[in-house]
Write a protein that binds this ligand. Structure first.
Ligand code: SF4
Length: 218
């Protein structure tokens, strides 16, 4: 299933680059604009999702106390996967040979883009489920105590390889790399944000801001 990516958050890209709250040199601004445009042109977003009654979640997909807490008021849950496709990754790799700064900015644009795609996918899921339902946060393998080792089963249950070309490398990394898998609970009343902070953020590995010892407060 395709999903629309109409804009990428510039503020998010700058934050991932570590520029939050500080003055941005004009040359960085220009490079960011160029990379945002390139990322929009190269992205080929696709997503897949399945709905399960909470009691019928396939074995081996979910584990840990955090997911139990996430789904504690949810009678159903959604498993989803989304990807930008491989063209951004190829462009990042090519840029790494010639211009590491551009490669870094493009990488951050890709990260902000896949977040935007997940937001759009979540909206589609919400509207497909109809009124009177409330979704929890998205929670991905690797967050909290949900291990990355569930990824193969997660992709298998979604038939993600066939449906959106999303697979794992032998070392367990999603490929294309700018991709996300996540679980969301479907509840009958508004859900609180149960998990906040860097440990529950998809940018944990790459965020320059976090590496500088700061937090954006997400
Ligand atoms: S929550 Fe942490 S890792 Fe995520 S964007 Fe904010 S500072 Fe970076």
């Amino acid at each position: 299933m395709s999903v629309t990516l109409s804009r990428i958050s510039r503020a998010e890209v700058l934050q991932y680059l570590g520029w939050r709250g500080s003055e941005i040199p004009p040359e960085v601004n220009a490079q960011v604009d160029g990379c945002l445009q390139q990322a929009l042109e190269l992205a080929a977003p696709r997503m897949v999702w399945r709905l399960f009654p909470a009691a019928e979640i396939p074995e081996g997909v979910l584990a840990g106390a955090d997911v139990r807490a996430l789904l504690c008021e949810s009678g159903r849950c959604v498993l989803m996967a989304a990807t930008l496709g491989g063209r951004i990754e190829d462009a990042i790799r090519r840029a790494q040979v010639r211009d590491m700064t551009r490669a870094l900015i493009l990488d951050c644009c890709g990260s902000a883009a896949i977040e935007a795609v997940c937001d759009a996918a979540e909206e589609e899921i919400r509207s497909a489920l109809g009124g009177g339902v409330f979704l929890t946060d998205r929670f991905s393998p690797g967050y909290g105590d949900l291990p990355l080792s569930v990824q193969p089963r997660f992709l298998e249950v979604l038939d993600a390889s066939r449906r959106i070309g999303l697979t794992l490398t032998p070392t367990g990394i999603l490929t294309p790399r700018k991709s996300v898998t996540a679980v969301l609970g479907v509840a009958g009343r508004p859900q609180p944000r149960r998990f906040r902070g860097c440990a529950y953020c998809s940018m944990f590995e790459n965020c320059t801001y976090r590496k500088a010892g700061k937090s954006c407060g997400k």
